[in-house]
Design a protein around this ligand. Structure first.
Ligand SMILES: Nc1ncnc2c1ncn2[C@@H]1O[C@H](COP(=O)(O)OP(=O)(O)OP(=O)(O)O)[C@@H](O)[C@H]1O
Ligand SMILES: [Mg+2]
Length: 247
């Protein structure tokens, strides 16, 4: 049974009539890293938003370990949000809290977990993302790449089973991209299941178990990175790959 199974998912933004996701189906196995690529506006972010309940689907299904998520049920949605965590391009840390404070607030305040355990876990996570010496730093004392790594540690502090990353390096200066990609590599080596949206094609190729290419709300190609990048089967995939490889 796949860890995450999306079947025939269709979604439309409120106040519009054209679906931005059309019959999207994909599966992610435990420990897999699946990357979503495709042109701007193809629906990559929307798919992640639907998965975490930020946009209700019109039809189709999302299953986690075989259990269907009912996006109209608060209880089901809460359960899904316990299991999936999302990190966005804009990391939105609390400016008045240290790195440690940002990582520990939700586990303590929302989950009600005990502070000593939460802080020990946060220290482990901050070390994992390369910020062992930055517990007491406030966001404005950290670089963009460091802030994004705090945001990743913050997401992991809630112990998700699947991490969704939406262009987490896009807002960063080029010299800071590498350190965030290194953090994702560490999580990959740990066996974290991830669904990644990224424009860093070299990284996608290196780290992904599978690559899923979207265009105009649909999946147009899916396969191992070598197939999708070197020998795409569909015309739309070939066009996209030749366009990105020219840059
Ligand atoms: N809040 C919204 N309301 C209405 N339409 C939206 C909204 N957000 C996105 N869209 C539309 O949905 C489509 C898919 O957008 P989405 O953000 O998922 O694309 P994307 O693949 O993530 O693109 P990018 O690579 O630029 O981030 C686009 O046509 C976009 O204009
Ligand atoms: Mg996007």
């Amino acid at each position: 049974m796949p860890h995450l199974a999306v079947a025939d998912l269709t979604a439309t933004y409120p106040g519009t009539d054209k679906p931005v996701l059309r019959d999207v189906s994909l599966q992610v196995e435990k420990g897999e890293i699946v990357s979503l690529i495709g042109p701007s506006g193809s629906g990559k972010s929307t798919l992640l938003r639907v998965l975490v309940g930020l946009l209700p689907p019109n039809s189709g299904s999302v299953r986690i370990d075989g259990e269907a998520v009912d996006y109209t049920s608060r209880r089901s949605l809460k359960n899904a949000r316990d299991r999936l965590a999302i990190v966005f391009q804009q990391y939105n840390l609390f400016q008045n809290m240290t790195a440690m404070g940002n990582v520990t607030i939700a586990p303590i305040r929302i989950k009600g977990w005990r502070r000593p355990e939460v802080e020990a876990d946060a220290a482990r996570l901050l070390a994992k993302v390369g910020l062992a010496d930055k517990h007491a730093s406030y966001p404005d004392q950290l670089s963009g790449g460091q802030q994004q790594r705090v945001a990743i540690a913050r997401a992991l502090a809630l112990k998700p089973e699947i991490l969704l990353l939406d262009e987490v390096t896009s807002a960063l200066d080029p010299e800071l991209v590498g350190e965030v990609l290194d953090t994702i590599r560490v999580l990959a080596a740990d066996g974290m299941t991830m669904l990644i949206v990224s424009h860093e094609m070299g990284f996608v190729r290196e780290v992904s178990s599978r690559v899923v290419m979207m265009d105009q709300g649909s999946i147009v190609e899916t396969g191992p990175p070598a197939q999708v990048f070197d020998a795409p089967e569909t015309l739309r995939a070939r066009e996209f790959v030749s366009r990105i490889l020219r840059h």
